[in-house]
Design a protein around this ligand. Structure first.
Ligand SMILES: NC(=O)c1ccc[n+]([C@@H]2O[C@H](COP(=O)([O-])OP(=O)(O)OC[C@H]3O[C@@H](n4cnc5c(N)ncnc54)[C@H](O)[C@@H]3O)[C@@H](O)[C@H]2O)c1
Length: 368
C-alpha cells in the first residue's frame, strides 16, 4: 500500500543483507517517511523467511536488481563487514543514497574509493551507528547539548557481550575483526563527545575461547584515547565470554564526566543515570519503551534504534541537512580504530592523523 507523509511521497528503500537487516525492514514498514521496495540476500531461504515474516510482495538474490530499480532511492547495507566498502561503492555509483551499518569498514584500504564514489555521485551516506539512537543515549546527548554536565573531560564507553553464537556461524571467521565489528560502538560514542582524537594506545588479546572457535584477531581489548585538546577517552570490548548481570554492568555503556556532573547511558538495559547540580543521583528507567526498541522475541534485535536513524536519515534527505554520522565522520572514527590496530602491532601510542594521512585522508575524513 502506498504511504503518504504530510502529502509527500515516501522515499523508496532497498535492504541488502537480511540477518540484522531484519530490523531495518521492520523500521521501514513502520515508517511514514519510507516505503520498503525490495529486499535482497544471497541466501534464498533467508529471503523467503523474511518475505513470509513481513508479508512482503517480493525479494531478490541479486544485488544488481536493487541497484537497477528506479523506485529505490536508498540502499541499507547489512552484509558482513568486509563487504561494506564494495557494496557502498556499487550503491553510490548506481545513484542511490546509502545507510551502511556499523562498522563502516574493517580497514581503510578502500576508503579513498568510497570517498571518490560519494563525491562523483553527490549522494549521501549515513553510518548506522545504532547505539547513538537508543533511548538512554538520546537522553544523555540531550543533557550534554543542554550543558547539564558542564564541560566534559572524560568519556568512558564499553561494549562487552558474548558473541560466540555469532563467531560460530561466521563464514570467514579468520578475517573477522572484533576491534571493528564490536568496538565500533564504544569508539563511536567516545568520538561523538570528544571530537577529533589525536592519539590512541591499547592492549588486546585473543582469548582461549575465541581461538578455539577459530578467531585469529583479538577478542578482548582495552584502549585509551587523547582528544586534540587533551581530554580523555576509554573504550573496551570483550566478546567471547558471558558478561555479568546487566543490573550491574550493561553490555554497552557510556559515561560522561563533566565539570558540574556526570551521566551514564546503558544498552540493552533501558536505563539512564545522572548526577546533576541540585538533583543528586538519579536513575531513570525507560522500560516503558521496551516494546518500541525490541520488537522480536528475546530482545534479539533492537529495531527501535534502526527506526530512529532511518527516519532521521529520511528527514535529513528531505531537508538537505546532513545526517550524522556521515561518511566523513565515519571515516574519522575509522581512523581511530585503524590507529588502535596499529598500536596493538607496534606496542606504541599512535597518532590518528598519521594513519589517515597514509591512506590519503584528512583528519576530518576527506580526500587529501
Ligand atoms: N547494532 C547494529 O547496528 C548491528 C547489530 C548486528 C549486526 N550489525 C552489522 O550488520 C552486518 C551483518 O551482520 P549479521 O549479524 O546480519 O551477519 P550475517 O552474516 O548473519 O548476515 C549477513 C547477510 O548478508 C548476506 N550477503 C553477503 N553478501 C551478500 C551479497 N553480495 N548480496 C546479498 N546478500 C549478501 C549473507 O547471505 C547474510 O545473510 C555486519 O556488518 C554487522 O556488524 C549491526
Amino acid at each position: 500500500m502506498q504511504k503518504m507523509d504530510s502529502g509527500q511521497k515516501p522515499l523508496g528503500l532497498g535492504v541488502l543483507g537480511l540477518g540484522e537487516g531484519r530490523s531495518i525492514i521492520s523500521a521501514a514498514i513502520a515508517s511514514e517517511i519510507w516505503q520498503l521496495v525490495n529486499i535482497c540476500d544471497l541466501n534464498e531461504a533467508l529471503c523467503l523467511e523474511r518475505q513470509q515474516e513481513f508479508s512482503l510482495p517480493r525479494y531478490t538474490t541479486r544485488y544488481e536488481d536493487l541497484l537497477a530499480d528506479p523506485a529505490i532511492e536508498a540502499i541499507a547495507i547489512y552484509t558482513p563487514d568486509a563487504y561494506h566498502a564494495a557494496h557502498c561503492i556499487a550503491a553510490l555509483e548506481a545513484g542511490k543514497h546509502v545507510i551502511c551499518t556499523k562498522p563502516l569498514f574493517d580497514t581503510l584500504a578502500e576508503a579513498g574509493a568510497v570517498l571518490q564514489a560519494a563525491s562523483a555521485s553527490g549522494r549521501r551516506l549515513m553510518v548506522g551507528q545504532s547505539s547513538r539512537f537508543f533511548g538512554p543515549m538520546l537522553l544523555q546527548r540531550a543533557d550534554f547539548d543542554a550543558g547539564k554536565m558542564g564541560k566534559i573531560f572524560s568519556v568512558e564507553a564499553h561494549y562487552h557481550a558474548n558473541h560466540e553464537w555469532y563467531f560460530s556461524k561466521h563464514k570467514n571467521l579468520a578475517n573477522y575483526k572484533p576491534l571493528f565489528g564490536g568496538l565500533s560502538h564504544p569508539v563511536d560514542l567516545v568520538c561523538w563527545y570528544l571530537g577529533a582524537i589525536e592519539e590512541v594506545f591499547g592492549y588486546a588479546t585473543l582469548s582461549d575461547r575465541g581461538a578455539a572457535l577459530g578467531l585469529k584477531h583479538p577478542d578482548a581489548m582495552h584502549f585509551v584515547m587523547k582528544a586534540k585538546d587533551g581530554r580523555l577517552g576509554r573504550a573496551s570490548g570483550c566478546y567471547s565470554t558471558p558478561p555479568p548481570n546487566g543490573e550491574r554492568d550493561s553490555h554497552v555503556t557510556c559515561t560522561l564526566r563533566g565539570m558540574t556532573g556526570s551521566s551514564q547511558a546503558d544498552y540493552p538495559d533501558l536505563r539512564y543515570s545522572t548526577n546533576f547540580p541540585g538533583e543528586g543521583e538519579v536513575i531513570k528507567s525507560l522500560e516503558d519503551q521496551a516494546d518500541y526498541y525490541f520488537r522480536f522475541p528475546e530482545r534479539s534485535h533492537h529495531a527501535g534504534e534502526f527506526q530512529n536513524y532511518l527516519d532521521y536519515f529520511g528527514r535529513c534527505l528531505r531537508s538537505g541537512d546532513t545526517a550524522k554520522p556521515d561518511l566523513y565522520e565515519g571515516l574519522a572514527t575509522m581512523g581511530v580504530m585503524a590507529a588502535m590496530e596499529e598500536s596493538l602491532a607496534t606496542g606504541q601510542p599512535v597518532r590518528v592523523a598519521d594513519v589517515l594521512d597514509r591512506h590519503g585522508i584528512t583528519p576530518d575524513g576527506r580526500l587529501k
